[in-house]
Write a protein that binds this ligand. Structure first.
Ligand SMILES: Nc1ncnc2c1ncn2[C@@H]1O[C@H](COP(=O)(O)OP(=O)(O)OP(=O)(O)O)[C@@H](O)[C@H]1O
Length: 254
């Protein structure tokens, strides 16, 4: 179960370290995310999963280590610059405007990507340069028929899909998804699992998730974080059968 950074690695992290005082929240973590895959990051509460995602997204600065995205180092870049390169983070804080329609929400993203916030001559909702790409993004996530519905009236799962449509409209080339299944009932989880399964074809996903049914159904690879260290990385079967993982995380007695 050796982690290697192949030529198709979209995101590559090497020896990332982050301490809070004496606590090593991220302890020499190395992993990569390859084109077309879902790489799940699992581990007990407090293992350092969110801290790792923060460092990748740029909201936390590592003490040491390297982060490469699409073949270039991004560790020195801020959040907005990484997002502009296509490193999309979603689900921890919802970015939706609840009173706006799904379409309008995505149009705001298209507009911000185009860098033009003032349009004096055309009513926004008839501006094809905004509507067309926004509709295309909604279609890619299966929400085209829900375009005119206010975000607040969408189901929990549909709001997740809308957030992904926004990320796609912003040009995301990889997704960092932090517990997308949180707050979902069984039916919502099942539908979102199907959606994420298809989404990996749009862009690879680094998935933090406590819902093991979803992880085992979706992940091409799983990395297990315990006390800030990757204790194992491999296929679902390898992880399920790894004695150390079972002891540390999956509930086997020591
Ligand atoms: N800003 C901070 N200052 C001090 N300690 C922090 C800070 N952020 C996180 N920690 C600590 O770092 C460790 C890792 O936390 P983190 O939230 O990354 O874990 P996690 O794996 O995402 O947990 P969960 O599954 O509960 O979300 C924890 O012990 C946490 O208390």
């Amino acid at each position: 179960m050796v982690e290697s950074s192949g030529p198709d690695a979209v995101l590559s992290i090497r020896d990332l370290c982050k301490s809070f005082g004496a606590l090593k929240a991220t302890d020499h973590v190395s992993l990569d995310l390859r084109d077309g895959e879902i790489h799940a990051l699992i581990g007990p509460n407090g293992a350092g999963k969110s801290t790792l995602i923060h460092q990748i997204a740029g909201t936390l600065r590592p003490d040491a280590g390297e982060i490469d995205f699409l073949g270039q180092p991004v560790g020195h870049l801020g959040v907005a610059e990484r997002a502009r390169l296509g490193l999309g983070r979603s689900f921890q804080v919802s970015s939706l405007a609840p009173e706006f329609s799904a379409l309008r929400n995505v149009m705001l993203a298209v507009q911000s990507r185009q860098g033009s916030s003032f349009r004096f001559f055309r009513p926004v909702m008839r501006d094809a340069s905004l509507v067309d790409p926004a509709m295309a993004a909604l279609e890619r996530v299966g929400l085209k028929d829900r375009a005119r519905i206010p975000a607040a009236e969408l189901s929990h799962g549909e709001r997740r899909q809308l957030e992904i449509a926004i990320a796609l409209a912003l040009g995301s080339r990889a997704f960092l998804l932090d517990e997308p299944m949180a707050g979902m009932g069984p039916e919502g989880s099942r539908q979102l699992t199907g959606f994420l399964d298809r989404l990996r074809g749009e862009a690879p996903i680094l998935l933090i998730e406590h819902d093991m049914d979803a992880v085992f159904a979706l992940a091409d690879r799983v990395s297990v974080l315990v006390y800030g260290r990757v204790i194992a990385s491999g296929s679902v079967d390898e992880i399920r059968n790894d004695a150390e993982v079972r002891r540390a995380y999956l509930g086997d007695p020591a």
